[in-house]
Design a protein around this ligand. Structure first.
Ligand SMILES: CC(C)(COP(=O)(O)OP(=O)(O)OC[C@H]1O[C@@H](n2cnc3c(N)ncnc32)[C@H](O)[C@@H]1OP(=O)(O)O)[C@@H](O)C(=O)NCCC(=O)NCCS
Length: 166
């Protein structure tokens, strides 16, 4: 699967919200105002993965827009990186999209001055926990009742380091 990572544009918002609705149970998915708040918060940035299998052609032969495959919202506040959410559509999973989004976000966090990054994930989100562990994140602690006072969260962290020049 070929895809590229780019910065968020306002016109992406509705699609990103729909992806988030599809990725999470109703009690975990963001409302539109919540998602808008996180995307606009000072220090926050959103990266989008778009692409897919080959090029679709519209009726006139013009290339159709590449679909959005996933996105990540992250922020850097007082030197601390934070992954707010990462969502990849079901059909594009296990193709490296999540890895590319996370790597691009970590690089942008480094450039913004972050030395470490933290995130929260539900204790029962096994795919996400495996994904983050594979990316070098460690479980730091459990926060009881983090999600709507009902579901516990794992706080996972990773120290960031500039790539070593060869
Ligand atoms: C978690 C998520 C972002 C991973 O995205 P992805 O594009 O599938 O990830 P990648 O293809 O880059 O996977 C990289 C590695 O992570 C691990 N991994 C990813 N998904 C996994 C799964 N379901 N089970 C086990 N390991 C998994 C694997 O080691 C994988 O490498 P491999 O495919 O070569 O074995 C995606 O599953 C997702 O959007 N889930 C729904 C939303 C969500 O839970 N987000 C996290 C919020 S806290």
């Amino acid at each position: 699967m070929s895809f590229r990572i780019r910065q968020f544009r306002k016109a992406d918002f509705e699609t990103l919200w729909q992806i988030d609705q599809a990725c999470f149970d109703p009690q975990l998915a963001y409302s539109k105002p919540e998602m808008a708040f996180y995307i606009r918060r000072p220090g926050s940035f959103t990266l989008v993965a778009e692409g897919g299998e080959g090029k679709d052609r519209g009726n006139g032969g013009a290339p159709a827009a590449d679909p959005i495959l996933g996105f990540i919202v992250a922020e850097c506040r007082r030197g601390n990186g934070h992954i707010i959410t990462i969502d990849v559509i079901t059909e594009a999973r296990r193709s490296g999209v999540g890895s590319a989004l996370l790597q691009a976000a970590e690089q942008q966090l480094l450039r913004a001055g972050a030395v470490a990054v933290a995130l929260e994930t539900p204790v029962n989100n096994e795919p996400a926990i495996r994904f983050y562990k594979q990316k070098g994140y460690f479980v730091e602690k459990t926060v009881p009742g983090y999600y709507s006072n009902q579901l516990d969260a794992l706080v996972m962290t990773k120290e960031l380091a500039w790539p070593v020049a060869r």
